[in-house]
Design a protein around this ligand. Structure first.
Ligand code: WTA
Length: 636
């Protein structure tokens, strides 16, 4: 018997040891005993961190939807698979059973087929958090199409970039989205994006807000009439373990987003196994992750991980503040949620409200709490623990990335004791190391280091779509023979890890991963702007917020700075999305640069963070005087 469900600390250490001394043997047992394969693999792992071509369960054949749906039908057919809570509390929740999910997925899969979608084709998904979003992912997986979900907060430019990079054939969107009291015109955004794209043959539109949209003849269609006509039977496409399951774009250090490619077999095994353990999921639990499926958290821990385990997973369409700040807690009471998994930003926002908003609801159904996406500060952790969890629910602070597919470092409830602000110990199979800037491993504790992983795990992304070279360079060139996370971390005396932040050009704002390059590119589009540099600074609610240092072509010509700031933020909104707007802007005469002309962001970061005691030696800069000018005019 394999250790599918770890129950105590001793077992954790024993299983962890097994997973690193004999990774292949370990994962083979898990894959064999708990998942459904059409054909067994020939080799568990091929490849290492030197050649960077990884194959897990090579030669294995399967379809992930058989694991997420079909195999549950006998025993869990009438169990709720997806519990949908709409934006408005006035609208009724939907309980979609596994039987119903099976039919809906098959129908949509048949619709996709009728649109000519075949194994390996890319389908772009731009939908709000409605059941059709999860169903679309599964329908793609059913027929072997590769889904590429774009978070429905990205602008038309960002959508176009991603559609062009993936060469998507079909787009699935809706006539709009509800977001609290507002609506968002998703179809309009797609229409604008598609002016720049020529790979798209059909656009299928879900009716959600009954808005008045135009359907382009020969390209656009309402999806429902097609679904109504489609058969509820659809044979699963038999996939190779290493066939791509999806592409998900994330920020990187250039203006082009990285299309992280996740494959089928290893991703399924790892997300399934980690979901089961990190949430200690039991049969009748009701699990709610508040992330959007537009991000990796939604892919791995709303859709695939929970469904592979036959769980009930909640999808919430709305926002925590609508109709008031009690919405999350109301939902927990209403559906007797047992597991609640959210982002530190949401916790900080809700902790700022009157406690009444939280305490007036009955939260006694809760058993386990979780956080993800950014470091959680001590104060927010305690509020979550005391007010939401009444000090009886372990908090799993799960550290991981789009690139890693599943958890890297995380507590396991009742197994690995928690410690505020610490992600604690590596998950099974994960071998973290801290490296110094000179490429040496840091063995001591209580030192900050660059966090790397020294052995492959089944859910890691295999490549960047269309750019394997960038994949090698980004993740495996900084430290030879290791995966570099881009994060720094501290290790304490009991070997617990605390993530201390990004060390590259990515800034995490409200848990959203933003690259500075595409934002700077957007700003530089403004005719008055000469150049710009974005850095992060600590923000009470968002964790980090964006500070832009901007030089103008002719500062004297700018009469209305406020107006210019608005225009710049509008450009950012158009090119990236509203989430990337700047909180602070400073117009400067120049930016500190090295003699070779590289902007020294380290100095700007310190200035933005009000941490100017140790700026280092600025005399070697190309323009040392600029530092004082920038400091004198810093935006408080
Ligand atoms: C950060 C989200 C501290 C980190 C799953 C990482 C965290 C980036 C945590 C990935 C955490 C994520 N504690 N920092 N528990 N979880 N991060 O790709 O900087 O959207 O590299 O994946 O978020 O963000 P991504």
């Amino acid at each position: 018997m394999s250790n599918y469900h770890i129950k105590d600390t001793e077992e954790y250490y024993q299983v962890y040891r097994k997973s690193i001394t004999n990774p292949e043997g370990f994962w083979e047992e898990i894959a064999e005993e708990h998942f459904l394969w059409q054909k067994r693999w020939d080799k568990v792992l091929e490849g290492d961190f030197n050649d960077n071509e990884f194959k897990w369960f090579k030669g294995g054949k399967l379809n992930i939807t058989e694991n997420c749906i079909d195999r549950h039908l006998k025993t869990r057919g009438n169990k709720t698979a997806i519990l949908f809570e709409p934006n408005s509390p006035e609208e009724e929740a939907q309980h979609i059973t596994y039987n119903e999910l099976s039919k809906r997925v098959n129908k949509l899969a048949n619709v996709l087929k009728s649109k000519g979608v075949k194994k390996g084709d890319r389908v772009c998904v731009y939908l709000p958090m409605i059941p059709e979003l999860a169903i679309t992912l599964l329908a793609c997986a059913r027929i072997g199409a590769i889904h590429s979900v774009i978070f429905a907060g990205f602008s038309s430019n960002a959508v176009a970039k991603r559609i062009n990079d993936s060469q998507s054939k079909v787009v699935i969107t809706s006539d709009g989205a509800y977001r609290g009291a507002k609506t968002i015109d998703l179809k309009g955004i797609v229409d604008t994006a598609l002016k720049e794209c020529n790979s798209v043959e059909s656009v299928l539109v879900v009716k959600r807000i009954n808005s008045d949209i135009t359907l382009k003849e020969g390209r656009d269609e309402w999806i429902q009439p097609l679904i109504d006509k489609a058969s509820t039977e659809c044979e699963p496409e038999i996939m190779d373990a290493e066939d791509p399951l999806f592409i998900l774009y994330t920020s990187g250090s250039t203006g082009t987003p990285k299309g992280m490619v996740h494959t089928t077999g290893g991703y399924m095994v790892y997300t399934g196994y980690s979901f089961k353990n990190v949430f200690q999921y039991k049969e009748n639990d009701i699990y709610w992750c508040t992330a959007d499926i537009g991000w990796i958290t939604g892919h791995s821990y709303i859709v695939y991980g929970p469904l592979v385990n036959g769980a009930t997973t909640v999808m919430f369409e709305g926002v925590p503040s609508y109709p008031d700040y009690g919405r999350f807690w109301e939902i927990i009471e209403k559906h007797k949620i047992t597991h609640f998994y959210t982002a530190p930003t949401a916790i900080r926002t809700l902790a700022k409200q009157e406690t009444e908003f939280t305490t007036k609801y009955n939260l006694s159904s809760l058993k386990i709490l979780g956080t993800v996406g950014e470091p959680i500060n001590e104060e927010a952790w305690h509020w979550y623990n005391d007010v939401v969890g009444s000090k009886r629910c372990p908090i799993v602070d799960t550290y991981w990335q789009t690139e890693t597919g599943g958890f890297l470092i995380t507590p396991i409830p009742y197994v690995i004791p928690t410690k505020p602000t610490y992600a604690t110990l590596p998950f099974i199979g994960i071998q973290p190391v801290l490296m110094d800037d000179n490429g040496k491993e840091i063995k001591e504790n209580f030192v900050n280091g660059n966090l790397c992983i020294k052995f492959p795990w089944p859910a890691m992304s295999r490549t960047i779509w269309n750019d394997h070279d960038r994949y090698r360079k980004t993740f495996f060139s900084t430290y030879k023979g290791m995966y570099f996370t881009g994060d720094s971390a501290l290790r304490d005396e009991v070997k617990y890890y605390r993530i201390t932040g990004r060390i590259d050009d990515v800034i995490i704002v409200s848990g959203h991963n933003l690259g500075t390059a595409p934002i700077e590119d957007a700003i530089n589009e403004h005719p008055a702007v000469a150049e710009s540099a974005i850095v992060g600074f600590p923000h009470e609610i968002k964790g980090s917020a964006l500070y832009g240092f901007i030089t103008l072509k002719d500062k004297g010509a700018c009469r209305n700075q406020e107006h210019l700031q608005k225009e710049i933020n509008q450009l950012i909104s158009d090119h990236v999305g509203p989430i990337a707007k700047l909180d602070k802007m400073q117009f400067t005469e120049g930016l500190p640069k090295t003699r070779s002309g590289k902007i020294v962001r380290r100095i700007l970061r310190k200035i933005a963070c009000n941490d100017t005691e140790e700026l280092g030696d600025t005399s070697t800069l190309l323009n040392p005087k600029i530092v004082k000018e920038i400091m004198d005019n810093v935006v408080k």
